[in-house]
Design a protein around this ligand. Structure first.
Ligand code: UDP
Length: 308
Protein backbone atom coordinates (compact mmCIF):
# COMPACT_ATOMS: atom_id res chain seq x y z
CA UNK A 1 0.00 0.00 0.00
CA UNK A 2 0.94 3.64 -0.43
CA UNK A 3 0.56 5.16 3.04
CA UNK A 4 0.55 8.75 4.28
CA UNK A 5 1.87 9.22 7.82
CA UNK A 6 1.50 12.69 9.33
CA UNK A 7 3.79 13.53 12.22
CA UNK A 8 6.27 11.07 10.68
CA UNK A 9 9.29 12.75 12.30
CA UNK A 10 7.73 12.48 15.75
CA UNK A 11 8.19 9.80 18.39
CA UNK A 12 5.22 7.60 17.43
CA UNK A 13 5.07 8.63 13.76
CA UNK A 14 8.65 7.54 13.14
CA UNK A 15 8.20 4.17 14.85
CA UNK A 16 4.97 3.61 12.93
CA UNK A 17 6.75 4.48 9.68
CA UNK A 18 9.48 1.92 10.44
CA UNK A 19 6.85 -0.73 11.09
CA UNK A 20 4.92 0.02 7.86
CA UNK A 21 8.12 -0.05 5.78
CA UNK A 22 9.07 -3.37 7.42
CA UNK A 23 5.68 -4.76 6.33
CA UNK A 24 6.56 -3.84 2.73
CA UNK A 25 4.44 -0.71 2.32
CA UNK A 26 5.56 2.61 0.83
CA UNK A 27 5.32 5.64 3.09
CA UNK A 28 5.07 9.36 2.44
CA UNK A 29 6.01 10.95 5.77
CA UNK A 30 4.78 14.48 6.41
CA UNK A 31 5.84 16.72 9.29
CA UNK A 32 6.20 20.46 9.83
CA UNK A 33 8.94 19.74 12.41
CA UNK A 34 7.28 21.94 15.07
CA UNK A 35 7.96 19.19 17.63
CA UNK A 36 9.19 16.43 15.32
CA UNK A 37 12.85 15.78 14.72
CA UNK A 38 14.49 14.79 11.42
CA UNK A 39 16.94 12.67 13.40
CA UNK A 40 14.07 10.23 14.05
CA UNK A 41 13.87 9.39 10.33
CA UNK A 42 17.51 9.99 9.31
CA UNK A 43 18.04 6.23 9.01
CA UNK A 44 15.40 6.13 6.23
CA UNK A 45 17.40 8.32 3.84
CA UNK A 46 18.09 6.13 0.81
CA UNK A 47 15.05 3.88 1.38
CA UNK A 48 13.30 3.92 -2.01
CA UNK A 49 9.91 3.20 -0.40
CA UNK A 50 10.11 6.27 1.86
CA UNK A 51 9.71 9.94 0.98
CA UNK A 52 9.52 12.95 3.29
CA UNK A 53 7.59 16.17 2.81
CA UNK A 54 8.03 19.09 5.22
CA UNK A 55 4.48 20.37 5.38
CA UNK A 56 2.00 21.80 7.88
CA UNK A 57 -1.15 19.70 7.52
CA UNK A 58 -3.26 22.77 8.35
CA UNK A 59 -2.38 23.93 4.83
CA UNK A 60 -4.14 21.77 2.20
CA UNK A 61 -1.87 19.66 0.00
CA UNK A 62 -2.36 16.71 -2.32
CA UNK A 63 -0.11 13.70 -1.66
CA UNK A 64 -1.43 11.88 -4.76
CA UNK A 65 -3.23 8.55 -4.50
CA UNK A 66 -2.89 6.87 -1.11
CA UNK A 67 -4.43 3.72 0.32
CA UNK A 68 -4.23 4.68 3.98
CA UNK A 69 -3.70 7.79 6.12
CA UNK A 70 -2.28 7.62 9.65
CA UNK A 71 -2.89 11.01 11.25
CA UNK A 72 -0.27 11.21 14.01
CA UNK A 73 0.58 14.95 13.76
CA UNK A 74 0.17 17.03 16.92
CA UNK A 75 2.25 18.45 19.72
CA UNK A 76 1.75 15.84 22.44
CA UNK A 77 3.69 16.58 25.62
CA UNK A 78 2.00 18.97 28.06
CA UNK A 79 4.77 21.65 27.99
CA UNK A 80 4.84 21.52 24.19
CA UNK A 81 1.10 21.77 23.62
CA UNK A 82 0.91 24.60 26.16
CA UNK A 83 3.71 26.42 24.27
CA UNK A 84 2.01 25.69 20.92
CA UNK A 85 -1.57 26.18 22.14
CA UNK A 86 -3.18 27.68 19.02
CA UNK A 87 -1.19 25.39 16.72
CA UNK A 88 -2.43 22.38 18.73
CA UNK A 89 -6.05 23.49 18.34
CA UNK A 90 -5.52 24.10 14.63
CA UNK A 91 -3.85 20.77 13.87
CA UNK A 92 -6.56 18.93 15.81
CA UNK A 93 -9.33 20.59 13.80
CA UNK A 94 -8.28 22.06 10.42
CA UNK A 95 -5.40 19.61 10.09
CA UNK A 96 -7.53 16.58 10.89
CA UNK A 97 -10.20 17.66 8.40
CA UNK A 98 -7.60 18.18 5.66
CA UNK A 99 -6.38 14.60 6.23
CA UNK A 100 -9.94 13.23 6.28
CA UNK A 101 -10.55 14.95 2.93
CA UNK A 102 -7.48 13.20 1.50
CA UNK A 103 -8.82 9.84 2.75
CA UNK A 104 -12.23 10.60 1.24
CA UNK A 105 -10.79 11.73 -2.11
CA UNK A 106 -8.68 8.59 -2.55
CA UNK A 107 -11.07 6.14 -0.80
CA UNK A 108 -8.27 5.47 1.66
CA UNK A 109 -8.47 4.06 5.17
CA UNK A 110 -7.90 6.58 7.96
CA UNK A 111 -6.62 6.25 11.51
CA UNK A 112 -6.51 9.18 13.90
CA UNK A 113 -4.20 9.22 16.91
CA UNK A 114 -6.45 10.20 19.78
CA UNK A 115 -5.62 10.15 23.46
CA UNK A 116 -6.50 9.12 26.98
CA UNK A 117 -6.73 12.89 27.61
CA UNK A 118 -10.24 12.54 26.14
CA UNK A 119 -11.11 11.13 29.58
CA UNK A 120 -9.70 14.24 31.35
CA UNK A 121 -9.39 13.73 35.11
CA UNK A 122 -11.44 10.52 35.03
CA UNK A 123 -14.17 9.76 37.54
CA UNK A 124 -14.41 6.18 36.26
CA UNK A 125 -11.38 3.95 36.82
CA UNK A 126 -9.92 2.21 34.87
CA UNK A 127 -11.23 3.94 31.77
CA UNK A 128 -13.30 1.95 29.24
CA UNK A 129 -14.03 3.48 25.82
CA UNK A 130 -17.65 3.96 26.85
CA UNK A 131 -16.66 6.54 29.49
CA UNK A 132 -17.36 10.10 28.25
CA UNK A 133 -14.72 11.76 30.36
CA UNK A 134 -14.29 14.66 32.76
CA UNK A 135 -12.55 17.39 30.80
CA UNK A 136 -12.19 21.06 31.74
CA UNK A 137 -13.16 22.66 28.39
CA UNK A 138 -11.50 26.02 29.16
CA UNK A 139 -8.46 25.08 31.28
CA UNK A 140 -4.89 25.19 29.97
CA UNK A 141 -4.95 21.52 28.90
CA UNK A 142 -8.15 22.09 26.92
CA UNK A 143 -6.12 23.12 23.86
CA UNK A 144 -5.02 19.50 23.57
CA UNK A 145 -7.99 17.67 25.08
CA UNK A 146 -10.69 19.50 23.15
CA UNK A 147 -8.74 19.41 19.88
CA UNK A 148 -8.46 15.63 20.24
CA UNK A 149 -12.13 15.32 21.20
CA UNK A 150 -13.15 17.47 18.23
CA UNK A 151 -10.97 15.30 15.96
CA UNK A 152 -12.79 12.20 17.23
CA UNK A 153 -16.15 13.82 16.49
CA UNK A 154 -15.01 14.94 13.02
CA UNK A 155 -13.62 11.49 12.26
CA UNK A 156 -16.91 9.83 13.27
CA UNK A 157 -18.82 12.33 11.10
CA UNK A 158 -16.66 11.50 8.06
CA UNK A 159 -17.32 7.85 8.80
CA UNK A 160 -21.08 8.23 9.27
CA UNK A 161 -21.89 10.83 6.62
CA UNK A 162 -19.13 10.41 4.02
CA UNK A 163 -18.52 6.67 4.31
CA UNK A 164 -14.79 6.96 5.11
CA UNK A 165 -13.22 3.82 6.63
CA UNK A 166 -12.00 5.48 9.83
CA UNK A 167 -10.36 4.25 13.04
CA UNK A 168 -9.75 6.02 16.36
CA UNK A 169 -7.02 4.93 18.74
CA UNK A 170 -6.96 6.38 22.27
CA UNK A 171 -3.27 6.30 23.13
CA UNK A 172 -2.21 6.12 26.79
CA UNK A 173 1.21 7.28 28.05
CA UNK A 174 3.91 5.76 25.86
CA UNK A 175 7.70 5.79 26.13
CA UNK A 176 10.77 4.38 24.47
CA UNK A 177 13.65 5.39 22.21
CA UNK A 178 13.05 8.67 20.29
CA UNK A 179 10.96 10.16 23.09
CA UNK A 180 12.43 13.66 23.01
CA UNK A 181 14.77 14.04 26.02
CA UNK A 182 13.66 17.65 26.52
CA UNK A 183 9.93 17.43 25.86
CA UNK A 184 9.05 17.54 29.56
CA UNK A 185 7.26 14.23 29.89
CA UNK A 186 7.72 12.29 33.09
CA UNK A 187 9.73 9.35 31.70
CA UNK A 188 12.11 11.49 29.62
CA UNK A 189 12.55 14.00 32.46
CA UNK A 190 13.19 11.38 35.15
CA UNK A 191 15.54 9.24 33.04
CA UNK A 192 17.61 12.24 31.89
CA UNK A 193 17.70 13.61 35.47
CA UNK A 194 18.71 10.19 36.84
CA UNK A 195 21.48 9.77 34.25
CA UNK A 196 22.80 13.25 35.12
CA UNK A 197 22.53 12.53 38.86
CA UNK A 198 20.24 15.55 39.17
CA UNK A 199 17.16 15.50 41.43
CA UNK A 200 14.02 13.95 39.93
CA UNK A 201 11.29 16.61 39.72
CA UNK A 202 8.08 15.12 41.14
CA UNK A 203 5.05 17.33 40.49
CA UNK A 204 2.54 17.49 43.35
CA UNK A 205 2.89 14.73 45.97
CA UNK A 206 3.62 12.06 43.33
CA UNK A 207 0.55 10.02 44.27
CA UNK A 208 -1.10 10.63 40.88
CA UNK A 209 -0.96 7.57 38.62
CA UNK A 210 -0.17 6.82 34.98
CA UNK A 211 0.01 3.56 33.00
CA UNK A 212 3.05 3.38 30.72
CA UNK A 213 3.18 1.46 27.45
CA UNK A 214 6.42 0.58 25.65
CA UNK A 215 6.45 1.95 22.12
CA UNK A 216 6.67 -1.37 20.20
CA UNK A 217 3.59 -2.68 22.02
CA UNK A 218 1.70 0.50 21.20
CA UNK A 219 2.63 0.47 17.51
CA UNK A 220 1.52 -3.15 17.23
CA UNK A 221 -1.89 -2.23 18.67
CA UNK A 222 -2.26 0.74 16.32
CA UNK A 223 -1.45 -1.32 13.22
CA UNK A 224 -3.87 -4.08 14.24
CA UNK A 225 -6.61 -1.48 14.74
CA UNK A 226 -5.87 0.16 11.38
CA UNK A 227 -6.34 -3.12 9.50
CA UNK A 228 -9.46 -4.06 11.50
CA UNK A 229 -13.15 -3.29 10.90
CA UNK A 230 -13.42 -1.43 14.22
CA UNK A 231 -14.56 2.18 13.80
CA UNK A 232 -15.33 3.23 17.37
CA UNK A 233 -12.56 4.52 19.68
CA UNK A 234 -10.23 1.83 21.02
CA UNK A 235 -7.88 2.15 23.99
CA UNK A 236 -4.32 1.06 23.38
CA UNK A 237 -2.12 1.22 26.47
CA UNK A 238 -0.53 -0.85 29.19
CA UNK A 239 -2.86 -1.36 32.17
CA UNK A 240 0.08 -1.60 34.60
CA UNK A 241 -0.59 1.44 36.79
CA UNK A 242 2.11 3.29 38.77
CA UNK A 243 2.13 6.32 41.00
CA UNK A 244 4.65 8.92 39.86
CA UNK A 245 6.67 8.08 42.99
CA UNK A 246 6.75 4.40 41.92
CA UNK A 247 7.77 5.48 38.43
CA UNK A 248 10.64 7.52 39.93
CA UNK A 249 11.69 4.50 42.01
CA UNK A 250 11.72 2.22 38.93
CA UNK A 251 13.88 4.71 37.04
CA UNK A 252 16.34 5.04 39.93
CA UNK A 253 16.58 1.23 40.02
CA UNK A 254 17.19 0.63 36.31
CA UNK A 255 19.65 3.52 36.00
CA UNK A 256 21.39 2.77 39.30
CA UNK A 257 21.23 6.50 40.00
CA UNK A 258 21.54 8.06 43.45
CA UNK A 259 19.42 11.08 42.49
CA UNK A 260 17.12 12.52 45.13
CA UNK A 261 13.50 13.52 44.62
CA UNK A 262 12.40 17.15 44.75
CA UNK A 263 8.78 18.23 44.74
CA UNK A 264 7.39 20.90 42.40
CA UNK A 265 3.87 22.34 41.98
CA UNK A 266 1.31 20.14 40.25
CA UNK A 267 0.25 21.56 36.86
CA UNK A 268 -3.40 22.69 36.69
CA UNK A 269 -5.90 19.92 35.85
CA UNK A 270 -3.18 17.24 35.94
CA UNK A 271 -5.24 14.01 35.96
CA UNK A 272 -5.09 12.26 39.35
CA UNK A 273 -5.21 8.76 37.84
CA UNK A 274 -5.15 7.06 34.48
CA UNK A 275 -5.37 3.42 33.48
CA UNK A 276 -6.78 1.89 30.32
CA UNK A 277 -9.41 -0.80 30.31
CA UNK A 278 -8.13 -2.83 27.33
CA UNK A 279 -10.83 -5.52 27.24
CA UNK A 280 -11.96 -4.26 23.83
CA UNK A 281 -8.48 -4.31 22.26
CA UNK A 282 -7.99 -7.85 23.62
CA UNK A 283 -11.28 -9.09 22.24
CA UNK A 284 -11.45 -7.26 18.91
CA UNK A 285 -7.76 -7.07 18.00
CA UNK A 286 -6.30 -9.97 19.97
CA UNK A 287 -3.86 -7.39 21.33
CA UNK A 288 -2.27 -6.91 24.72
CA UNK A 289 1.05 -5.36 25.73
CA UNK A 290 3.98 -7.66 26.46
CA UNK A 291 6.68 -5.39 27.87
CA UNK A 292 6.67 -4.36 31.54
CA UNK A 293 7.76 -0.91 32.71
CA UNK A 294 11.15 -2.10 33.99
CA UNK A 295 11.81 -4.08 30.78
CA UNK A 296 10.84 -1.13 28.62
CA UNK A 297 12.99 1.27 30.64
CA UNK A 298 15.97 -1.06 30.17
CA UNK A 299 15.27 -1.16 26.41
CA UNK A 300 15.27 2.67 26.36
CA UNK A 301 18.42 3.39 28.36
CA UNK A 302 20.97 3.26 25.51
CA UNK A 303 18.94 5.83 23.60
CA UNK A 304 18.67 8.21 26.56
CA UNK A 305 22.37 7.79 27.40
CA UNK A 306 23.20 8.80 23.84
CA UNK A 307 21.18 12.02 24.35
CA UNK A 308 23.33 13.18 27.30
N1 UDP B 1 5.42 14.70 36.08
C1 UDP B 1 6.29 14.81 37.15
N2 UDP B 1 7.55 15.28 36.92
C2 UDP B 1 8.00 15.62 35.67
C3 UDP B 1 7.11 15.49 34.58
C4 UDP B 1 5.81 15.04 34.83
O1 UDP B 1 5.95 14.49 38.29
O2 UDP B 1 9.16 16.04 35.57
C5 UDP B 1 4.06 14.16 36.32
C6 UDP B 1 2.94 15.01 35.75
O3 UDP B 1 2.53 15.98 36.67
C7 UDP B 1 1.88 13.96 35.51
C8 UDP B 1 2.66 12.70 35.16
O4 UDP B 1 3.98 12.92 35.65
O5 UDP B 1 1.15 13.71 36.68
C9 UDP B 1 2.72 12.41 33.67
O6 UDP B 1 3.14 13.60 33.03
P1 UDP B 1 3.48 13.67 31.49
O7 UDP B 1 3.84 15.09 31.21
O8 UDP B 1 4.48 12.64 31.13
O9 UDP B 1 2.17 13.28 30.71
P2 UDP B 1 0.57 13.41 30.99
O10 UDP B 1 0.16 12.04 31.34
O11 UDP B 1 0.32 14.38 32.11
O12 UDP B 1 0.05 13.89 29.69
Amino acid sequence: MQILVTGAAGFLGSHLTDRLLAEGHSVLGVDNLSTGNLGNIAHLAGNSRFAFLQQDICQPFDPGPVDFVFNMASPASPPEYLRLAIETLNVGSVGTENMLKIAEKYSAGFLHASTSECYGDPLEHPQPESYWGNVNPVGPRSVYDEAKRFSESLTMAYHRYRGVNTHLVRIFNTYGPRLHPGDGRVISNFVMQALRNEPLTVYGNGEQTRSFCYVSDLIDGIVRLAWSDEHMPTNIGNPGEFTILECAQAILEVTGSKSELIFKPLPQDDPTRRRPNIAKAKEVLGWEPKISLREGLNLSLDYFRAQL
